[in-house]
Design a protein around this ligand. Structure first.
Ligand code: PFF
Length: 451
């Protein structure tokens, strides 16, 4: 994206932003959190947060980008020099996420290779996944390959081609997921899982449900990391921001919902829905889906296609993460593009290796009880993003004032329906909740309070 305002149509913008937003966060992360943190209660809290917090923060970020025509670092500086630190802060987050994101991208590639080579039954065994992630070199090899794909696309500047491919892939992913979810629901025991996933209950609810849902919201919608500011900076003034944001949210949440529908009933059908099976964390998708694929007709082909589509969803998100990091470095140091891509690749490889080893030879290394990958995930989603979101709310609510954002939204959409909600959220509700969430999240993780 070398020129500003290059989204010629509204749907082009929505699809590009959705391409960045829809990724492993929806397909891999959302289901394992929903399984672990209360099923229907998690889903309920997530949906409420999406239409309130998610809406407020996304419209703010896109409007800031469009108003200033700049990416995060320049945008905050232009609005108020004293708040330039917010831009710098938001730049750190993708640098933390990208390496471990690519480790998981490597797992997806591995499973694609297993299915394409006709070995799906091996992948369905209980020990297969752990055997794979706990080995030393193999996951690192797949992680390198995932980074190589991403880096080649960014280096050759063929993002547009990939985006075009993924525009076809996304609808196929939706159709396939619906089909898989339907099939899954016909397996004995799956209905219990469906009830667990859809029915909120106080019994399954705790503060952790809110903490997990909040972190997931930031992650999944690519919020609080400068990315939506950058997308906004390429947007034309006549674009209806409010409806664009709604559409991106519907896309993103829809895919996450479907992924949960595919995976959680399956945990009940194939692994009994025990607490242990629901609390598997990052491995949930990789352990559960192969069991279903091997039980269904043409499961090998369906599994191959599924992991290929997930790979594309992950790749488009990884490309936008890497693009963001490359442009941060280039804006700051004015390095050549090729050199910067190379440097970012090397840094990412070095930072990702510990996350991968943390499931194998370095499994004894824990920070506050978390594996290395989970630690990076926790720091970015549960600490840095809420802090940044808090300061962004204060900045918009009390320094530049919500009206600045509303006025920007109204340029392309004189009837900003959510204006009232936006104003109250950004000034009061969001910052108060964010601080409460942040403090309880840290105290809880440090074991000071058990929620
Ligand atoms: N939102 C993406 C996902 O859910 O997989 C992750 C992501 C992509 C975060 C791009 C940040 C980003 F810049």
């Amino acid at each position: 994206m070398s020129q500003r305002s290059n989204f010629s149509s509204k749907i082009g913008f929505v699809l590009a932003a959705a391409g960045s937003a829809v990724g492993l966060g929806n397909i891999w992360r959302f289901p394992y959190l929903a399984a672990q943190y209360g099923g229907g209660s998690f889903l309920f809290v997530y949906l409420i947060l999406a239409v309130t917090f998610g809406f407020t923060l996304m419209i703010t970020e896109i409007a800031i980008g469009r108003k200033t025509g700049l990416s995060a670092i320049g945008a905050f500086k232009k609005l108020d020099r004293r708040f330039s630190f917010l831009g710098v802060f938001s730049a750190i987050i993708p640098i933390i996420i990208f390496p471990y994101y690519s480790v998981i991208g490597g797992w997806v590639l591995k499973y694609f290779s297993v299915f394409v080579s006709g070995n799906s039954s091996k992948a369905a065994s209980d020990t297969y996944f752990n055997g794979f992630i706990s080995s030393t070199t193999e996951p690192i090899g797949w992680f390198f390959l995932f980074i190589a794909f991403t880096a080649i696309v960014v280096l050759l500047g063929v993002q547009k081609g990939i985006e075009t491919v993924s525009k076809f892939m996304m609808p196929i992913l939706v159709i396939l997921s619906v089909g898989i979810a339907f099939y899954g629901l016909t397996v004995d025991g799956a209905i219990d899982g469906l009830v667990y996933y859809l029915k909120p209950s106080l019994e399954n609810f705790s503060i952790k449900t809110i903490l997990a849902a909040m972190g997931q919201l930031f992650y999944s919608m690519s919020l609080s990391m400068g990315i939506m500011i950058t997308y906004g900076s390429y947007l034309k003034k006549d674009n209806n921001l409010e409806s664009s944001v709604r559409q991106i949210e519907i896309f993103d949440t829809g895919i996450a919902f479907l992924s949960g529908l595919m995976i959680i009933p399956c945990v009940f059908a194939f692994s009994g829905g025990t607490t242990e099976s629901l609390n598997q964390g990052p491995g949930l998708m990789f352990v559960t889906l192969p069991k279903m694929f091997t039980s269904m007709p043409m499961g090998n082909i369906i599994g191959t296609l599924f992991f290929l589509l997930v790979f594309f969803a992950a790749l488009t998100s990884a490309i936008s993460l890497m693009e963001t990091i490359v442009s941060i470095f280039r804006d700051k140091f004015h390095w050549k593009r090729k050199f910067t891509c190379g440097l970012v690749t090397v840094i990412t490889l070095l930072m990702g290796i510990p996350s991968s080893l943390g499931f194998g030879p370095w499994a004894h290394i824990k920070f506050i009880g978390l594996s290395i990958l989970d630690t990076f995930d926790f720091i970015s989603n549960n600490v840095l993003m809420p802090i940044l979101a808090f300061f962004t709310c204060i900045f918009v609510g009390f320094i530049i004032k919500p009206k600045t954002i509303s006025d920007e939204v109204k340029i392309g959409n004189p009837k900003f329906k959510g204006e009232k909600l936006f104003s109250i959220m950004i000034k009061w509700i969001a910052p108060i909740c964010l601080i409460a969430i942040l403090i309880s999240s840290i105290l809880n993780t440090l074991g000071i309070i058990v929620l």
